[in-house]
Ligand binder design. Structure first.
Ligand code: MRU
Length: 368
């Protein structure tokens, strides 16, 4: 996918309350998301293995943020080990193997490879930092443009009804998942800033409970919201207590089939049954025109312990893990599911809103 430019938008003033990913000179730090929403702590990533581990262990998570972090991982590897072909190839391969579903990771690594391969080894270090910076700042601008485009959808629905606009989401696709305002939450923050009365229904998102991150973000931003158990979504949709569902995406196939956090598909099914619009909000780095349809999207299987255990605060205020199911319990833990294009009302990108099968109209330079 070629590099794209985005135009300024009404949400471009959004600043992350805490930087999810920050570079100061040759030092890169992240906000450790495994400690949220209880503790807000930064962690310096000083080596390639530390970057790979942070992505694998979901200290950084969310498709766009994973991509930008991996780009800095390449720069860190070259800075500490030199710019030879061997170091570059090893860094690209190690980072590409960390998580399979979010295509943003592979998009960012491809972009780093395209920028660095033609250069002599001693010119690669400086260029790697510059390219990683460009990926991170590009994501911030992209989020702002998604916010502006999604705002139009929310404002239209809000104008047609009395009372608060009720938005349901799943997982976390806010500023914590990106280098900017987020994808799903960018339009929500923009609507809130415009004075639209908005309320967000946030599903827990077992097993990793990314919904708790969404609830934390929204509370910090003063946006009204309610945390719901994942299994409550069907009832609330069927009762008409939701006006629109919007989720993020980790990979969108050429035909519009969309992979996102497991549980998204069930919300799309229930929304269709109830006649409620279901949108995806995602940047160009999530589009995979090489992937014909959702059946080709690799779905990450994560360890059984994520399902057997739950993390929270103990009575002394320490972050603790509690065993829900005995160690010997057999577990299946697919981390994503695929929502067929036919269940999606539209895909909100930085270039506008497309019908799922018509993404090529927005990205003609990428069409095959
Ligand atoms: O496993 P995670 O937490 O990295 O998954 C995150 C999601 O599925 C998000 O909804 C998606 O990446 C969109 S992020 C803007």
């Amino acid at each position: 996918m070629p590099e794209l430019t985005t135009s300024p938008s009404p949400t471009s003033h959004f600043r992350q309350p805490i930087a999810t990913l920050q570079r100061k000179g040759a030092q890169v730090s992240i906000l450790d998301q495994t400690l949220l929403p209880f503790r807000s702590e930064r962690r310096v990533l000083a080596s390639l293995p530390e970057v790979a581990d942070a992505i694998r262990a979901m200290r950084v998570r969310g498709a766009p943020l994973i991509g930008a972090t991996a780009a800095y991982g390449v720069a860190i590897a070259l800075a500490s080990e030199g710019g030879t072909d061997d170091v570059l190839e090893r860094a690209l391969a190690l980072l590409a193997a960390t998580r399979p579903t979010a295509v943003n990771l592979h998009w960012a690594l491809d972009r780093m490879a395209r920028a660095l391969h033609p250069l002599p080894p001693d010119a690669r270090g400086a260029r790697a930092w510059a390219e990683a910076d460009a990926i991170a700042s590009g994501d911030e601008a992209t989020c702002a443009a998604i916010g502006a485009n999604g705002l139009q959808i929310l404002a239209d629905i809000a104008a047609r009804r009395a009372g608060p606009l009720r938005v349901m989401t799943h997982c976390n696709a806010g500023w914590l998942a990106t280098c900017g305002a987020g994808t799903v939450l960018a339009p929500v923050y923009a609507a809130h800033a415009q004075g639209i009365d908005i309320e967000v229904l946030v599903s827990e998102t077992r097993p990793r409970n990314q919904g708790l991150l969404t609830a934390w973000e929204l509370r910090e931003a003063g946006v009204r919201h309610m945390l719901i158990a994942d299994n409550a979504a069907g009832l609330l949709l069927a009762r008409g207590e939701v006006d629109v569902v919007i989720t993020g995406a980790d990979r969108i196939a050429a035909n519009g089939d969309t992979a996102n956090k497991v549980g998204t598909f069930l919300k799309a099914l229930a929304a269709r049954h109830a006649g409620i619009p279901f949108y995806i909000a995602a940047p160009h780095s999530t589009l995979d025109f090489d992937c014909a349809d959702g059946s080709r999207i690799p779905i990450e299987d994560r360890g059984g312990d994520e399902v057997r255990t739950v993390r929270g605060l103990d009575r002394d205020g320490n972050i603790a893990e509690l065993q829900l199911a005995p160690e010997a319990t057999a577990v299946l833990n697919p981390a994503f599911d695929v929502t067929p294009a036919g269940l999606i009302s539209g895909i909100v990108t930085e270039r506008g809103v497309a019908e799922p099968g018509r993404l090529r109209d927005l990205y003609p330079e990428c069409a095959r």
